[in-house]
Design a protein around this ligand. Structure first.
Ligand SMILES: Cc1cc2nc3c(=O)[nH]c(=O)nc-3n(C[C@H](O)[C@H](O)[C@H](O)COP(=O)(O)OP(=O)(O)OC[C@H]3O[C@@H](n4cnc5c(N)ncnc54)[C@H](O)[C@@H]3O)c2cc1C
Length: 490
């Protein structure tokens, strides 16, 4: 073993998916490095978390999360924590449109990618033949363009230039892009949109599979992952809020001032918080910085504090019965974007009993028509939409009743992937040799997703390796594109 790297210490600040991925990757690839994970809250998972509803006593997610088949790093991370079975894979999706009812989106796996999508698009009854043709043409065009060349263009501009009608926008592009990017095509960069369409649908079989957790997120990314990390030698400190960072030039080590835990000392820090906390912590870094470090600090703080965030709303609805046999439905042309039914396998102690009703969740990404109205107005619009989409349980002498509801909007759920954001997105490595960044906002090419967070953590682990003279590979490659897709993309 190289004596220079023995007893190196790394502190990972933030126990969201990025911090978990970074800690696990360092522990697995460089077991002689001492890793400490500091999480401000009592458990890990960050935004991928849950709460206990006080009325039903059920543990439900702040907001339903889904992954896709293209999320190779997240799926690999789950595998490493023996958690793969906690997500269920769906190879086809159901879309609902108020005028056309239900449609099935099922790629044809006998056809090479991207032709496997033709059958899937043909299944969307609310798209006309001409619209499907124009859509397929635009997807092919998109595959031929490099992501970097699309960073400065908004999705809306690109779609206009490529003659995607407003009807097609509402019925396809808005549905997919707003759900995946959390903001409208007028604001998001086309590079991020390309990532969703090409990596998430067109390039490879299985990319568009939807993976839905079948347990509350807190039971996946919470204490069980922390226990697993501890078994890999990671020292876990929960309830440990890091308040400031200071580099001690004389001892060549970093001092982390923590809330109640006093001070930690480390050779390297991976800052794996969301962008706002990252901005605050970077601002605390003490003088002694050389001019280029100072200018990095100023630019990064100024950028991160100006990042525009986008809201996501979850309507937690307990009906007296299930309103559909379908596990989830994507909703088109409605205020509601997704409906999920009782996605979570609850232990009996998590449930108040049958009188709690059957849990459903409606998710709305980004600002919506009722953003400025009362929660009651939103609830009433969503319930009307559900009654229209699933008429049977709501009709007859004993219609389905809403027993209980809770509406949770996270105004800072995700950042908006605007062209400005893409242009200035911070990298993993910084001007400060002792500091690496992780978190879904770091430049991974991915939007604000669990996959982006997992990649960012693994990139930070690779940066730690570089710092200590190691060459480690932690990032899982993307799905391999089919031969035809590869040809289209060259
Ligand atoms: C409502 C909603 C719906 C979403 N839906 C999806 C989805 O369907 N699919 C998907 O892929 N993604 C989804 N996302 C995005 C996904 O949750 C995030 O991209 C991902 O969880 C980010 O992980 P992270 O580790 O980068 O950051 P975070 O989850 O924000 O974790 C940062 C952690 O750092 C801790 N921390 C902060 N400051 C300090 C400090 N000073 N000291 C110590 N600890 C600190 C925080 O407590 C937190 O635990 C959704 C997000 C939201 C909010």
């Amino acid at each position: 073993m190289n004596p220079r790297v023995v007893n190196r210490r790394v502190v990972v600040v933030g126990g969201g998916i990025a911090g978990i991925a970074a800690s696990m990757a360092i522990a697995e690839t460089m077991p002689d490095i001492r890793v400490t994970l500091c999480e401000a809250r009592r458990t890990s998972g960050g935004r991928a978390g849950s709460f206990v509803d006080p009325t039903t006593n059920e543990t439900v997610d702040y907001c339903q999360h889904v992954a896709m088949g293209c999320c190779t790093n997240l799926l690999d991370l789950l595998h490493r924590f023996d958690m793969s079975d906690e997500f269920t894979r769906y190879q086809s999706l159901t879309f609902y449109h108020p005028e056309y009812g239900m449609s099935s989106f099922a790629p044809n796996l006998r056809m090479p990618a991207p032709l496997h999508l033709h059958k899937a698009l043909a299944g969307l009854r609310y798209l006309r033949l001409q619209e499907r043709t124009r859509l397929a043409w635009a997807i092919t065009k998109l595959m031929r363009q490099r992501e970097r060349t699309l960073e400065k263009v908004t999705a809306a501009t690109w779609l206009d230039r490529h003659r995607q009608s407003s009807r097609l926008r509402v019925r396809f592009w808005d549905v997919v892009l707003v759900s995946a990017l959390g903001d409208v095509p007028e604001r998001v960069s086309m590079a991020a949109a390309r990532k969703v369409i090409v990596d998430g649908f067109a390039a490879a079989h299985g990319a568009s599979d939807v993976w839905v957790p079948n347990r509350p997120l807190s039971q996946i990314f919470g204490n069980s992952m922390l226990d697993h990390l501890a078994r890999h030698g990671v020292e876990v400190k929960t309830g440990c809020l890091v308040r400031s960072l200071r580099y001690d030039e004389r001892d060549e080590e970093v001092e982390l001032i923590c809330g109640d835990d006093g001070t930690l000392r480390s050779d390297h820090v991976v800052l794996a918080t969301a962008w706002r906390s990252a901005s605050k912590l970077i601002e605390t870094i003490e003088p002694g910085l050389n001019p280029s470090a100072r200018s990095w600090q100023d630019a990064t703080v100024s950028f991160l504090s100006s990042v525009k965030s986008s809201p996501i709303t979850g309507l937690h609805l307990w009906f007296d019965r299930e309103i559909t046999p379908l596990p989830h439905v994507a909703m088109v042309g409605t205020v509601s974007h997704w409906l999920f039914k009782q996605p979570l396998r609850q232990s009996t102690s998590d449930r108040a009993g049958d009188q709690a009703g059957v849990y459903h969740q409606v998710v709305i990404s980004g600002p919506h028509r009722f953003s400025e109205s009362s929660k009651d107005a939103l609830l009433s619009a969503v319930c009307d939409e559900l009654a229209k989409a699933f008429p049977i349980p709501f009709s007859g002498p004993n219609p389905a009743k809403l027993l209980h509801h809770r509406i949770v909007t996270d105004p800072n759920a995700v950042y908006s992937v605007t062209p400005q954001f893409q242009a200035h997105r911070p990298a993993t490595t910084t001007t400060l040799a002792w500091l690496s960044l992780a978190g879904d906002y770091v430049d991974t090419g991915w939007p604000a997703t669990m996959e982006g967070a997992a990649i960012s953590g693994r990139l930070a682990a690779e940066a730690v390796g570089d710092r200590f003279g190691r060459r480690v590979h932690c990032v899982t490659p993307p799905l391999s594109p089919g031969r035809l897709a590869r040809w289209l993309m060259t």
